[in-house]
Structure formats: C-alpha cells, structure tokens
Design a protein around this ligand. Structure first.
Ligand SMILES: Nc1ncnc2c1ncn2[C@@H]1O[C@H](COP(=O)(O)OP(=O)(O)OP(=O)(O)O)[C@@H](O)[C@H]1O
Ligand SMILES: O=c1[nH]c(=O)c2[nH+]cn([C@@H]3O[C@H](COP(=O)(O)O)[C@@H](O)[C@H]3O)c2[nH]1
Ligand SMILES: NC(=O)CC[C@H](N)C(=O)O
Ligand SMILES: [Mg+2]
Length: 516
C-alpha cells in the first residue's frame, strides 16, 4: 500500500473534500477517513501529518464526536480546522463556549509575531488577507503551551499553535476558495511543518488506480455502466488500461434519455472507438416502475434499483462477473449519504444513495474521491478526445428528474423536443462550451396562451443553464436576452403542447442544479 502524506479526519464538514482537493492541487497525496478511525489504522498508512476537519456539531455537546486521542501521541504534526480547532482546544485542556455573535463569511487575518518570528504555518503569507469563517462556537481558554498565532477583528484566537508539539489550529476555513491564502497555509503545513517532499499528480493517481484495480479484479470480469458521459467514459478507459477485455461495458437505454442519445453513444463507442458496447434496452421496464411515482426521492431510488436489476440481468448472460464499475464522483457521494462522516443527505444520486441493499456486485469506483474538473484532467491524461471530456453532465435518472410529477411517454417526448432546441441554440451561440450544464424542465404547470387567435392551455417549460467548476456550487448563466428570446420562440413555435418558457435564475446553494 502506498504511503499517504496527509490524513484528514472527517467530522462531516461540507468542506472536508475541499481540504483534500487543495492538497491535491499542491501535489500532496492525502486521504480522508472518518473521525473515529483508530490510531492503528492511521499509522498503517504511514502519514506525515494529520488534519482534523470542521463539522456541524459542537464539542461541548454530550455525544460530541471525538478522535482516538492516541493520535496526539504519535509525534506527528496535527492541524485542526474550525470544529477540528475546537476539538484540539478541548483535548489539550482548554475550553470552548458558544459565542455571543456568530461569525459567517469574510474576516481579515492578522499574523502575530513572536520575538520577530511568524509561525511556519504563515510563511510567505501577507497580513490583512481575507479568510472565511463559519462558526458559532469559539475557543474561550487556550490550552497550556498554546499561543495565538493570528487574530481577526472578532477572533483573538483565529489561529493558535503549540509550536513545540507541532499542533496547529485555525478557526477559519483555509480550504475554501474565498480564503485568499488558505492554500499557502495548507501547503506550509504539509511541506514546511510535516516535511512532505513527494510531488503527487494525476499521473500517479492513474498508475495507482490501475494497480489497485488489477489487484482487486484478478482474473475476474467487470461490468461497467457506461452512459457515454464524462465520468463513465473515463472509468471505462481506465479499466481498459488495467484489465483489457475482462471489461464488459453496458449502456442502459432507460427510456429517460435525450433525443438521439442512444444512437449517438452507439456511434461513438461501437463504430468510432470499436468498443464492444452492450446496449440493454430497458426503457419499458423503467417506465413501468416509474408509473405513478411523483416523489423525487422515490423516483431516484426506483431508478437506482432498476439500474442494478438491469445490470444483474446482463451479468447473468456472461459468466464470472463479480464487479460493477461506475463513474461515481465525490459530489454524488456527499449529496447522497454520509459515508465518511456525519453529513446531511441532500438527494440520493441513483448510483450511490439509490443502490439497493440486495445488490450482489462488488463496486469499483475509482473516481469516488474526485471532483468533475479533476476527472476531466484524468480524461486528458488517458488521451480521451476533448469532445468527450467537455460534454455537459447528464444525470443517470435522466429526464425523470426533469419532469415534475408523474413520468410518462408523452411528457418525455415533449421535454426531449424542447431540450434539443435549447442545446442546439447554445451550441450555435458558443454558450455550450462556456457553461457547465443546460437543460429544460417540464413543470407540471399549465397556463393560458393565445396562438393565432386561439386560446391555448398548455405546458410550461423552464430553461436551466448554470455555470460551475465542480457542481458543488453553481450560478445561473447570464445569457444574452436575444439568445433567451430565440430559445423561447423556437420552443413555443416548434413544440406542440408548450406555450410558455421561463428561465431559472437561482443559484446553488440555495437551489440545486436539477429540480428533483
Ligand atoms: N444510461 C446508463 N447506462 C449505464 N450506466 C449508466 C447510465 N447512466 C448512468 N450510468 C452509471 O451511473 C454513473 C453516474 O452517472 P453520471 O451521470 O453521474 O456519470 P456519467 O454519465 O458517467 O458522466 P456525466 O456526469 O458526464 O453525465 C455513470 O458513471 C455510469 O456508471
Ligand atoms: O448520475 C447522476 N445521478 C444522479 O442521481 C444525479 N443527481 C444529480 N446529478 C448531477 O449532479 C450535479 C449536481 O446536481 P444537483 O445540484 O442537482 O445535486 C449535476 O450535474 C446533476 O445533473 C446526478 N447525476
Ligand atoms: N464549521 C465548523 O466546523 C463549525 C464548528 C462549530 N459547530 C461552530 O459552530 O463553531
Ligand atoms: Mg451521466
């Protein structure tokens, strides 16, 4: 097993993966494990330092999350962030109280000098730079041996340290993009304080994953859910490097695809790339299962279960398939379930929270810790064409989560027609490549219109176009009004049954990208 440079203990912060991601950007290899991981498991990975993440709980709660305290005796540098700071303060004999004023958002950070020296944590950092706070508790009494190394207007203990023991803690979140020099502090912790010298990159990731898959799979066969999307195409390419034709790629036509999608996927993979793609037509089965289902979470779980049912039926046609490979990414995981720490379920992505407990497959999910933009980098490393890498994401549950209410064939067809016009106009205007995702939503809302002197009472379509880097946060795209007008005019004129088009001007958070 490869040595991990930095271990992150996860207390369930929304930002935990951002810590890992910032470290990866600094070419430092790290792994995230649950906060309760035992010290033996941690030392087995041979880390050079430990980071305690933030989290929604309070350290003074009766059943507050605790670490295995033996981690503090390993002689390794430890750094706490927010809840992690408060954890360290209490574990070393200080105290934490609920603050009179909660602090969310920007603060200016000022670095304390001790005899003219600043902490190695702040090497090359400037005074007065912005950091991002998100807390309502604060350290009240410092533990013995600790000193404040930075302060802000509201936090005399914005960062504290016991330099001798190499224990550091900060109340702000250095991992978020809005903390201007946070990346430098994470780099300093890993490189200057922990002494990490290895330079990790996506090429290493690729090699490690290939070796890991070879070992896991042996002589076995792997069924890979291949949607034609970015993530599963990268997974399939990676698996092909690792196990060659032990790989069986299966594309499921779930009846919830966009117009012409099945034909396009078949053309790219079967005809152009000569991949022996299995196409499973399960559209009737999916529609049967979805009949009458209107609740978003029930839809998602039904779809997740049906996917597995179809994959298992396909697996029976070949002997020796024990594994299912999927292009699961970190956002699918964090929104679906709390796997590594105590975080909140936002929606059950079909490939994670929608998996049935009766599933027999062993999962292979090499991208599970990555964000989309990192997967795109990996795709380039694997030599995939830009057209494949730059495709907009399309969710596995497809149009079913873009039709509010019951999913049926007539509505699917209506939505397909509107969707293809939208994509067409975006591509023609150059906006497709400048945006993260664009789609139409059929709102189970009818309204009155007038067309050629006749009254209409027809459907409303909502156009959603967003900009994002990793899909965790998103803003609606500021499309030019003449483009919006063209999209609206074409949809209403060309799609029979739609007489109104609206534009979604919400961001994520507080909305999400998909409507269900
Ligand atoms: N129609 C499908 N047939 C087979 N597998 C699918 C299908 N749709 C989704 N999957 C599986 O579910 C996983 C998650 O879907 P998701 O849409 O997040 O990823 P993707 O389709 O590979 O990429 P993208 O996010 O670019 O659409 C896929 O990686 C794939 O393994
Ligand atoms: O394969 C998938 N299965 C799902 O169940 C699923 N739900 C959302 N998405 C995609 O994830 C990104 C974030 O979406 P949300 O803001 O709607 O959560 C967006 O890109 C969504 O399209 C899914 N992809
Ligand atoms: N973001 C955090 O880690 C919050 C920690 C703690 N619950 C607080 O509010 O101070
Ligand atoms: Mg997809």
């Amino acid at each position: 097993m490869k040595d991990v440079s930095i271990i992150v203990l996860d207390f369930g912060s929304q930002y935990t993966q951002l810590i890992a991601r910032r470290l990866r950007e600094e070419r430092i290899y790290c792994e995230i494990v649950p906060y309760f991981t035992k010290v033996e498991e941690i030392t087995a990975k041979n880390p050079k330092g430990i980071i305690l993440s933030g989290g929604p709980a309070s350290v003074y709660d009766e059943d507050a999350y605790e670490v295995d305290k033996a981690i503090y005796d390993l002689g390794l540098p430890v750094m706490g962030i927010c809840y992690g700071m408060q954890r360290i303060a209490v574990d070393f004999g200080g105290s934490v109280i609920r603050s009179d004023h909660h602090e969310y958002g920007k603060a200016e950070l000022y670095i304390n000098e001790e005899h003219g020296n600043v902490s190695p944590l702040f090497e090359s950092c400037e005074n007065g730079r912005i950091v991002w706070m998100s807390h309502s508790d604060r350290v009240d009494v410092l533990p013995e041996g600790f000193a404040p190394i930075a302060y802000s207007d509201n936090s005399p203990f914005a960062a504290i340290a016991n330099e001798e023991k190499r224990v550091y803690a900060m109340q702000y979140h250095p991992e978020v993009q809005h903390s201007e020099e946070g990346y430098l502090m994470l780099r300093n912790f890993a490189r200057k304080i922990c002494g990490v010298t290895e330079k990790w990159d996506m090429g290493h990731f690729l090699k490690e994953q290939i070796a890991k898959i070879k070992e896991q799979v042996g002589e076995g066969k792997v069924l890979c859910g291949l949607s034609g999307g970015v993530d599963s195409s990268v997974v399939a390419a990676l698996l092909y490097e690792a196990i060659g034709d032990q790989l069986i790629p299966v594309f499921v036509d779930n009846g919830l695809l966009r117009k012409g999608e099945r034909e396009q996927v078949e053309e790219v993979f079967k005809v152009n790339l000569k991949v022996p793609l299995v196409v499973a037509d399960a559209s009737e089965l999916f529609l049967e299962r979805l009949a009458g289902v209107t609740d978003p979470e029930t839809k998602r779980k039904t779809i997740g279960h049906t996917f597995i049912e179809v994959f298992e039926a396909e697996a029976k046609k070949h002997s020796g398939i024990k594994f299912l490979a999927q292009g699961t990414l970190y956002p699918d995981v964090i929104e679906s379930v709390s796997v590594k720490g105590p975080s909140e379920t936002i929606k059950s992505h079909h490939n994670v929270g929608g998996l049935p407990d009766w599933m027999d497959f062993e999962l292979i999910e090499p991208l599970r810790e990555l964000f989309k933009d990192e997967v795109r980098k990996l795709g380039r490393e694997l030599g995939l064409p830009e057209s494949m890498i730059n495709r907009h994401p399309f969710p596995g549950p497809g149009l079913a989560i873009r039709i509010m209410g019951d999913v049926n064939k007539p509505d699917l067809n209506l939505l397909r027609e509107a969707d293809v016009i939208l994509l067409d106009e975006l591509k023609a205007s150059g906006y497709y490549t400048r945006t993260w995702q664009a789609f139409a939503v059929l709102l189970n809302v009818k309204s009155v219109g007038v067309m050629g002197d006749n009254r209409t009472y027809d459907n409303t379509v909502c156009v959603r176009v967003v900009e994002a880097v990793d899909g965790m946060t998103a803003t609606f795209a500021h499309l030019p009004h003449d483009l919006l007008e063209r999209i609206s005019r074409r949809i209403i004129n060309e799609v029979d049954g739609i007489n109104r088009v609206v534009y979604d001007i919400s961001s994520k958070p507080p909305a999400t990208i998909e409507w269900e």
